[in-house]
Design a protein around this ligand. Sequence first.
Ligand SMILES: NC(=O)C1=CN([C@@H]2O[C@H](COP(=O)(O)OP(=O)(O)OC[C@H]3O[C@@H](n4cnc5c(N)ncnc54)[C@H](OP(=O)(O)O)[C@@H]3O)[C@@H](O)[C@H]2O)C=CC1
Length: 447
Amino acid sequence: MHDTPDPGDRGDAVCVVGAGASGLAAIKSLREQGFAVDCYERETSVGGAWNWRHDRSPIYSGTHLISSRPLTEFPDFPMPDTWPDYPHHSKVLEYLERYAKHFRLDQDIWFGMEVSSAVPAGDGKWDVTIRSTGGGSSRVQRYAAIVVANGHNWSPAAFEAPGDFTGQVIHASAYKDPARLRGRKVLVVGGGNTGCDIAVEAAQQATRVWHSTRRGYWLAPKYVFGRPADQVNDRLLRWGLPLRLRQWLYRRTVKLTSGDLTRYGLAEPDHRPYESHPIVNSQLPYYLGHGTIEPVPDVERYDGASVILTDGTKIEPDLVITATGYRPRFDFLAPELLDTDEDGRPDLHLHAFARRHPTLAVIGLLQPDSGVFPLAHWQSVAVARWLRLRVTDPERAAAVQQKESTRPVQSWSRRRVIPTQRHWFEVDHVDYLRSVEGLLNEMGSVR
Ligand SMILES: NC(=O)C1=CN([C@@H]2O[C@H](COP(=O)(O)OP(=O)(O)OC[C@H]3O[C@@H](n4cnc5c(N)ncnc54)[C@H](OP(=O)(O)O)[C@@H]3O)[C@@H](O)[C@H]2O)C=CC1
């Protein structure tokens, strides 16, 4: 006689949280390993960060890819050849919708449903509480594993300066359209890709634009030697050129293309090339050169209608846009499950595998020097195979786990980057993919 399963028990099924690019890749790989999958997506359609129709998306109307098409697409689902090198964000969403449709992933997605908690239920299982985003009661389902793909670019990193400001302050996450900049005096805070993009858009709309950064950066153009810059970098990495040589080449290339940007007032970078997350923007030097963007140092405080900068300068913007980035959030998981420290930084093997919970993994928690989709694809393949191996050969799974746990963090995480929060998940795509390949080889055939 068999026990009647609890109605909430989904047996060997895996729960996936989020149906953005990473969640979609996870569903596909898990299915390929024979798992039933329930994916919960709080919005009403796929796309995650690229689903610009919902409020939490960081997309603004001018967003284009900053990694080129071949380095962005999933390895098993190319973008059309007719698409440009750096497609518009609406094309990226279309691409993800096509991917979901092609692999019939919608069948496994529960839209308008969010995971409010996931707790270990013994034996590697998870009790996952799900509720409708429209309200109503919750239900608990038991899963054999949980794969988290809730993105890390939706919860704004707060920017606080002392004092009171009588103008308007918004985070970049609330910036959607350059029309709101028209005729205004705008201060953009933050020198990441978002801050640089918004400064460029402001240069075309606002009456005055200040761009505040707390350090100097290496700005990469979108094209070098007639090719998308990331493709040239990828080639150099695959040739195995030593870092020092790549750094020298980078400096030379920047000198030959944009020239010395400090003559426009930009701060000298306080680090070498490749020691910070790439900032890809060909237009910023153009507007700096035309004087329509004024680079300024960090904000010290607000003072009524003024903003006082660290060099003592007083400026009077009427709109401040803080492009200070985003922080990961896993509200439905107790912090210790991901070994999260007091700053909110999880400590995961390969930024993906929970160290003490073999049936808990995170996909897409990466900041690569290329597009993240291919990395999310291979992470998903590895996670799905790992979960299958645990079922088919628990002894070998234990041996793989033992061996992997000795792999040094430096082999898959960026060796040298400036130690700021924006580099928590920084990786070189080639090194990272080699490490995932190492894990896949270690696992071998899992059937
Ligand atoms: N088209 C695309 O595909 C785009 C992709 N992106 C990606 O989205 C992710 C997020 O980018 P982004 O939103 O630019 O965020 P980032 O975290 O990359 O950059 C944040 C910027 O704000 C600065 N900053 C943070 N906190 C403070 C503070 N308290 N005071 C002053 N300055 C501060 C940082 O300085 P510091 O360096 O000193 O920490 C950095 O210059 C990145 O991976 C980026 O590449 C972004 C835009 C477009």
